[in-house]
Write a protein that binds this ligand. Sequence first.
Ligand SMILES: [Zn+2]
Length: 289
Amino acid sequence: MENTIVKTLIYDNQVRLYFVDNTKLINEILSLNKETNKILKLTLGKTISVMSIITGSLKGAQRISLQMTMSDPKFKVFADADAKGNVRGYLNGELLKAPADYINKISLDRLIGHKGTIRVIKGSSMNQFTGITDMPYRNIDDDISHYFIQSEQIQTYIEANIRFGNDNCIQFSNAVYAQLLPGATPDLIGEVEHTVNSNQEFFASLNKYSKNNIEEKLSRLFKDVKVIGYSPIQFFCGCSKEMFYGMLYSLSKGELKQAINNQEPINTACQICGRAYRFNYNEIQGLLK
Ligand SMILES: [Zn+2]
């Protein structure tokens, strides 16, 4: 099963356990970003992977937006997702343009550094909650778990694994999310983490399993497994030409006038999905009124 979150309850309804093979999604988003550097692929890939599994915990009109700021505050990663499983994300321009001699040698741990922060906005338009935490683990997935433990006071375990092939391509990517339900034995979260870590090969080969045999396979790893549903994840940007009118306002009047006088279009592109938007000189004329 690719790009499908498997939702389960385990240990007699004490733990919610979700997992997903999101190799396809991560490859799609990385190819849109045209990113080739391994550490940047890992940074964006892990962030997207975690966001994709979190969509399984959102309801109705809820959304989640995440901004990760590295110790060097000019380097940032953005991602957002909604309850329908739509996910998008990107590295900011400074990170994409980071000097090769710096970015080719650095580890994820050092890139995040000891002053990295995660800022999360979660909720629906009527009811939003913003929280900020530090990144003590410097590996993204444990740091986002840390965020949930701090802000929602619920024991949460999130893991995102990405395996690279020799050519720097992603062989597979998967994510696991576990959360204790009210009244659960606190130790269970550690037990789930231990079981996931000692069965990496199972979680790395989720694409081999189907709805017919996943429950049986999981029952060999965890007690009292109940598969309660499946939900899709997909890349969706949602940008529109209207959104880019705002960007034209940031150009000077002189630049806009020049485009009109020369009857030239202004071309822009979405930095998330790469979609190009073209404004003809008569559309630009409307802005100067
Ligand atoms: Zn877009």
